[in-house]
Design a protein around this ligand. Structure first.
Ligand code: CO
Length: 137
């Protein structure tokens, strides 16, 4: 069984990371991190810390082959990009989902995500139309 856990973050793709960070910090009064480049993921990211455990992750394309470039072409003002759920064992969760017919994005091998933990993405078609990231905690 997958054993889906807590919501870890909601990722919002934005065309202008500094403008979005300023919006959350200066208009909404949230605590936001410094921008961090994640070349392996093809994004730059800012974490918006919220009360509780989940956060909002602002992501903007980094480099030529960013996986979110096409998303921003379709959604030029930005938009909700994915939900990230925590799991205890990402390999067990992956194998369980694949056995149930879910489709991982890419090779199906976990990569290292924004928080230094193993992550995997699953196709939105199998998840009620929402791109889902699993993060092992
Ligand atoms: Co994410």
């Amino acid at each position: 069984m997958v054993g889906i856990g807590r919501l870890n973050h909601v990722a919002v793709a934005v065309p202008d990371l500094e403008a979005a960070a300023s919006f959350y910090r200066d208009i909404l009064g949230a605590e936001v991190s410094e921008a961090k480049d994640l070349p392996d993921q093809g994004v730059s990211t800012v974490i918006v810390r919220l009360v509780g455990t989940a956060c909002v992750e602002l992501i903007t394309p980094l480099g030529e082959a960013s996986p979110i470039a096409a998303f921003l072409e379709r959604n030029p003002k930005g938009g909700m990009h994915h939900l990230c759920y925590e799991v205890g064992d990402i390999i067990a969760a992956r194998d369980d989902l694949i056995a149930k017919g879910f489709r991982p994005i890419g090779s199906g091998e976990p990569s290292v995500g924004a928080h230094g933990k193993p992550v995997l993405f699953f196709h939105p078609r199998d998840f009620c139309g929402t791109l889902v990231e699993l993060e092992e905690v």
